[in-house]
Design a protein around this ligand. Structure first.
Ligand code: SF4
Ligand code: SF4
Length: 95
């Protein structure tokens, strides 16, 4: 596992309304920074939650998610190559 200093190069935006609680993103994340909520959304699903730190910006969770719009990965500009799909977005930040 990479050191923590090599992480925090991404941020997640998770849509509680779009998430169906399948858990694929939780399984896919090598850094285990996604978990399922204890509570339920208005559809009755436990939804994905970001730990708030430790994301590398790799985008694997986005690729694993079957629900369009549930996950947006914000990747700090200058840290990794752009992913090339609409919901992995480079944002200004320290390189
Ligand atoms: S972008 Fe990568 S490191 Fe960040 S939460 Fe998704 S799978 Fe985990
Ligand atoms: S993979 Fe997508 S739908 Fe499944 S728990 Fe994660 S965000 Fe929700």
């Amino acid at each position: 596992m990479a050191d923590a200093e090599n992480r925090d190069r991404g941020q997640l935006r998770l849509s509680e309304d779009e998430c169906k609680g399948c858990g694929l993103c939780v399984e896919a994340c090598a850094f285990k920074v996604i978990s399922l909520s204890e509570g339920l959304n208005h559809y009755g699903y436990r939804t994905a939650m970001y730990a708030g730190a430790g994301c590398s910006g790799c985008g694997i969770c986005f690729l694993a998610c079957p629900e369009p719009g549930a996950i947006t990965v914000l990747r700090l500009r200058g840290t990794a190559a752009a992913h090339g799909r609409g919901r992995v977005i480079s944002i200004p930040g320290a390189a």
